[in-house]
Design a protein around this ligand. Sequence first.
Ligand code: F6R
Length: 631
Amino acid sequence: MSILNSPGKQQTQKELYEKTRSVIVKDSTTGCSQLAAEVAALIRERQAQGENVVLGLATGSTPVPFYKELIRLHQEEGLSFKNVITFNLDEYHGLAPDHRESYNRFMREQLFDHIDLPKENINIPDGTVSLDAVYESCLDYEKRIEEAGGIDLQILGIGRTGHIGFNEPGSSRDSRTRMITLDRITRRDAAADFLGEANVPRHAITMGVGTILAAKRLVLMAWGGNKAEIVQQAVEGKVTDRISASFLQEHSNATFLVDDAASSQLTRVHLPWLVGSVKWDGKMIKRAVTWLSHRFEKPVLRLVDGDYNESGAGEILTASGRAYDVNISVFDMVKHTITGWPGGKPGTDDSHRPERAEPASKRVLIFSPEPSDAIMSLGGTIHRLIEQGHQVKLVVQTSGGLRVPDLAARKFAAILQEMAGLLGDGGSSAGGEYASQVLKQLEDKGAFGDDTLDIKRLKALILRGEVRDAAQVCGLAADTVVFQDLPFYEKGRYRQFQMQQEDVDSTAALLQEYQPNQIYATGHLADPSALQTLCYRTIEQALEGFKDEAWVKDCRLWLYRGKESELNSYEIDMAVPMSPEQLDLKGEAIRKFQSISQEELDSSGRNQTTAKRYDQLGMAEYEAIESFERG
Ligand code: F6R
């Protein structure tokens, strides 16, 4: 089905709750190739008529695979962009076009330098304009769009605040191109790119909501589980200036193009029985009943027939009997996910336990994409696994050095320099010279320059020290922490990483050597260009290569969620409770990451929410719970 030329509103029963047309695709590659094919058709159609096409473009991670596909169409299928005029949505204020985080540079690197789009056809808001000239410059941008005949097709991403362009909460329906103050969440999301939140610009110039809605067609892309909640609110919620993407509901030809993970909170996916019939297997019943329990704020065992019937889940009773029986079976399902023995309880009947009892002492590999990920998500579980006699290795997949602010590097280099002085060699030793060199390089590169190899190494070392300390708090000896330093990370930068075969080979070598009985990993649901996703793919592909080996058949994969979301109650296959002391211990481990902002690291709240939800379902009341899905 054509994405661009189909009607703007949802049509079918399944899409009843959706107020903007949404197309769900398996993954971003599929979505981007469909969208790129539509754009190519539009360009060619206009070429045949001797006319231009005006495209509105976005930056960020989301459109990267789309731009890659446009480049491929140009290089391999001769698609020319000579008749295309482009307008970008936004630009950070205060960044020169060559700044490594400017959207101007991003567009050149990701698209413009690889196609035959005439330079004079490119329009991007000017981030360098002085404050007193901003107003005129914005008016001029609007005028240029109008003179080009208006935007034929506007590409959009969506921020976690629901912004389109940089139209943060509070942006009105009729807003036009202007300067805006960035929301705290938006700045936090950009922190890794800018080496710390403090470096993220406070202001940006953005097309307004009104400017965007004036485009003839709008396609908003969203990939990954992190976007699921905001996509649901924008598509199914009421139109509000708190979520500027919700204004797409008022456009007659707008489409949300989302992958499976980003669609997961839409009613047709999340609560499918509300919009059609479903196959009531155990998983679906668990999903519906836990939803009912949360909705009525009643423990599972207290739900009555009326609760099922009133909320569209009555079909379960027709198929499975009385509420009483269904309640008991779901209660048991949830209860059986809870275990204080994440590695299995030796010598017991394990038929209702998430993990098997044997072997009693398991070889466990815990993959952490960035140094802090695993500690934040399963610090308590790591502690239990070690206490319970398993052989645990923590594999830190990437150094995380790109996240470490210059300040931390400067501090360590200065200490090293002083130490060399104290040792009486006047700083002339190798260590002293190295420290002075790093300090000079930091000075030379300025706040936003690229890190030299020396700086990168020092930043990676700082995090190595921190993760070793954190792991030790969780009970892991220093020699059980493996630093994988995946090559894609060492060679790349955020949003632009490219996984290669060497990354898979490195993971395969590790797996082959250790032949684990249990693996903990994350990244299966994240944005496809996110570092966590790439790290996960290396594991997935490496395991695929061993699929016929006996140890793989006997190995269980447990998936944890990253720092931005938590598992819904129905998704949890293993819930590991934590006592207040264990939660404190985990907090202590997390605080070892001094070079990363503590706000970013705050995960204990999530563990407490999971525990509250379990309590609400009628389970025992725990302080906190770490949760996992079976892979
Ligand atoms: C970028 C833009 C923003 C992004 C949004 C999502 O030009 O206008 O609205 O589309 O912040 O960013 P990513 O794609 O990085 O998740």
